[in-house]
Design a protein around this ligand. Structure first.
Ligand code: IVH
Length: 712
């Protein structure tokens, strides 16, 4: 045993000055080493409790020997370890994702959709860029006064992680832009690692006995999201620019000219980008890039097509989280065969029983796959939700040899079964009719409208089913909802099992309960004072959240991110939603008020607020959390008005007109009633125009519309 380690058995008060000095030095270097393992390598080798004990001992020594405290590198650090996570940055313009196309028909449909939306004839020219789809992680770099001010990962698209210090170490990213760049500009693109750099990083990982990265993209993400920029600097990350967010002045008229400007400013843009004038040229570009794929220095997983003309891109706008003007044409999926070892049933937060295939681990396209979703009973039986055969109607049995397929980020799927290798005497899988967690009956509800059985079997245990409770809390804390770092699935399961959190709001009372002595989290295995302090800091960080995040976190049936956003934008506070839901005729009123919310979603919202226990939980949450409302839609002469478009329009298609009105804060409707404020009538308008005139509603033509909204 070393001298310093022997000393640790001696009470601090009995240490001589000399011994104290020796032990203090040894503690300091040990603590520094653990800091690196914990923060930089995400691979601690001691428990938090052991770590805290080391720090306590060091502080005790410093208290006895102030000379050591004066020289100490540890002073004041106890309990205030730097946050193990990055700060958040709200993107000035959201970072979107792309729709996927897998076949040539998908690409034709994409182009047809674009033409329809823009009201272009089938033979009117329209150009697209075809750019390799780099398989890395996207980054947004903001320049103000032509100086790099910050860089953020995509995160959930609305807010990402501040990785500025790390981005500054990437050589491909300029710190300054030349004088012809706009004053404010956000450059977006992909951070990636070359295949070769990936291989050598993994060699080093293996030599150090650390886990290997599954593919270059994971290695790039692991390298960029390092708390110590020195580690990032040591990894040869690269960057391709392909897009932009906020700009104080337009940067070009077309996508390909914009790329040329990014190139002039010192960014790398992908040299394989082509401008295409037809679907045939797009497919040809895809084929060529596909042929080069294996020889490229970096991974790509498809080709991105973008409408070249930026004014058309603006007209096309977005649906939900993807632009209408772009799509990703993915390379074909990769396949492998393995054995279906077991079928497990997971119970979701709404009580749905989801079967999961446990597979003998197999590598597909560089990633190890060991489980895959089986969706529902019918899927296992070889039928889709319409009752039509999938896998040629072959059912799945435990022990079967199966083919799995993985396409890009898509969850792996079982696409075929080798019936010839099926064991004789095997029997079809019997789906459980009781909940594996609480034992309640699990039933397939009958849809009152269609009279058809729901595809999903649900546990009827409601509140008594612990699986539902715990899944709700996991959903609440998850990245897409409240995004509470440090409260991952495993920790929630532990806390829930031990009765520390039973409902979402309990998360926000943990600190008070700890401070009053009601609970003691530091006594839990693997949770020292530091990790408890970090957890509380992460929870406190989310006491003010965007309203849509809280709404999404409530887990109301049918209310995912998109509907949560629509509700947040309209109602602007949770009490306002509650009031609307509880008012007589609430369901219909919500449908009428919000374009995009239909009767099923609205009824689910009303049902949620009709439950007493939900109301109580909402009150408890509101006592802990503040919400921020989304930015109000652009104020315009039609904000809040209900507009009906009728007859034929010349400058825009009906869909485009509606999207434009909605962007300007108006509601659009397909029929004229007393509630209509404005009718935009083109040539050939019939009944709607007559009715509008009869009701004395203001009617204008297309030119009048552009005059009104100021965008002729
Ligand atoms: S454009 C609004 N272009 O693919 C459109 N994305 O699946 C923003 N990606 O999040 C994306 N290469 O990380 C665009 N040439 C390219 C791309 C590309 C890779 C990534 C990007 C995006 C993801 C969507």
């Amino acid at each position: 045993m070393s001298e310093a380690a022997t000393l640790r058995a001696v009470p601090v008060a009995e240490l001589s000055v000399e011994d104290a000095r020796i032990e203090h030095a040894s503690l300091a270097s040990e603590i520094a080493e653990h800091d690196v393992r914990y923060h930089d390598e995400d691979a601690p080798t001691i428990t938090d409790a052991e770590y805290d004990a080391l720090r306590r001992r060091a502080v005790e020594i410093e208290a006895q020997h102030p000379v050591l405290a004066a020289e100490s590198t540890l002073a004041g650090k106890v309990g205030a370890k730097p946050s193990s996570k990055f700060k958040k940055i709200v993107h000035a313009v959201p970072m979107l994702s792309l729709d996927n196309a897998f076949t040539e028909v998908d690409v034709e449909e994409f182009v047809a959709r674009v033409r329809r939306f823009l009201d272009l004839r089938a033979d009117a020219p329209i150009a697209f860029t075809a750019e390799p789809k780099i398989d890395g992680l996207s980054l947004s770099i903001r320049y103000e006064g032509r100086k790099l001010v910050h860089a953020a990962t995509r995160g959930d698209g609305a807010e990402g992680e501040n990785v500025t210090a790390n981005a500054l170490t990437i050589q491909d990213i300029p710190d300054d832009l030349p004088r012809d760049a706009p004053d404010v500009v956000e450059i977006r693109g992909e951070v990636y690692l070359s295949k070769q750099a990936f291989a050598s990083i993994n060699e080093r990982q293996a030599a150090a006995g650390r886990p290997l990265f599954a593919n270059p993209r994971n290695a790039a993400a692991g390298s960029l999201r390092q708390l110590d920029p020195k580690i990032t600097a040591a990894r040869p990350l690269k960057f391709f620019a392909y897009s932009w967010g906020e700009t104080s002045a337009p940067i070009a008229g077309t996508q390909h000219e914009a790329l040329a400007r990014l190139d002039d400013w010192g960014f790398y843009v992908n040299p394989l980008t082509k401008v295409c004038a037809s679907v045939a040229e797009m497919i040809e570009a895809y084929r060529r890039v596909g042929e080069m794929r294996a020889d490229l220095e970096y991974d790509i997983d498809g080709v991105v097509y973008k409408v070249d003309d930026l004014s058309l891109q603006r007209r096309l706008g977005f649906v939900s989280r993807s632009p209408r003007w772009a799509t990703a044409h993915k390379f074909p999926a990769e396949r492998a065969t393995t054995v279906l070892e077991d079928i497990e049933i997971q119970v979701g937060r709404t009580g749905s029983l989801t079967p999961v295939a446990k597979l003998r681990p197999v590598t597909v396209g560089g990633v190890v796959v060991s489980s895959s979703t089986l969706h529902n009973e019918a899927y296992i039986a070889g039928l889709d939700n319409e009752g039509l055969p999938i896998r040629e109607g072959k059912d799945l049995r435990v022990g079967d040899h199966v083919t799995i397929q993985r396409a890009g980020d898509v969850i792996p799927q079982i696409v075929d079964v080798d019936i010839a290798r099926r064991e004789a005497g095997s029997s079809p899988y019997a789906f459980p009719e009781t909940c594996p967690v609480c034992g309640s009956h699990a039933v397939r509800e009958v849809n009152p409208k269609s009279g058809k059985e729901d595809a999903v079997r649900r546990c009827t245990g409601g509140l008594i089913c612990q699986a539902q409770a715990v899944e709700r809390i996991k959903h609440f804390a998850s990245r897409a909802a409240m995004d509470i770092e440090g409260l991952g699935d495993e920790r929630i399961e532990d806390f829930h099992r031990d009765g520390l959190i039973r409902t979402p709001s309990d998360v926000f009372t943990l600190r008070r309960r700890q401070e009053s002595g009601e609970i003691d989290l530091t006594a839990r295995e693997g949770m020292g004072r530091t990790s408890v302090a970090n957890l509380f800091a992460a929870i406190d960080d989310r006491r003010t959240v965007p309203l849509e995040k809280l709404i999404h976190g409530l887990g109301i049936r049918h209310v995912g991110e998109t509907n949560a956003k629509l509700l947040a934008r309209h109602f602007r506070s949770l009490p306002a939603i509650r009031e609307a839901a509880l008012a007589p005729g609430g369901t219909e009123a919500i449908v009428a008020a919000i374009t995009g919310i239909g009767p099923i979603v609205s009824a689910a919202v009303v049902e949620f607020f009709l439950e007493e226990h939900n109301l109580q939980e909402v009150d408890r949450l509101l006592a802990e959390i503040e919400t921020t409302a989304p930015a109000a839609p652009t104020e315009s002469p039609v904000t809040g008005k209900t507009v009906v478009f009728t007859g034929s329009l010349e400058k825009m298609s009906r869909d485009e007109a509606k999207a434009m009105a909605e962007r300007l804060g108006a509601k659009t409707s397909g029929s004229v009633s007393r509630k209509t404020d404005l009718v935009v009538a083109g040539p050939g308008a019939g009944d709607k125009l007559t009715k509008a005139n009869a009701l004395g509603i203001r009617v204008i033509d297309e030119a009048g519309w552009f005059e009104l909204v100021g965008a002729a």
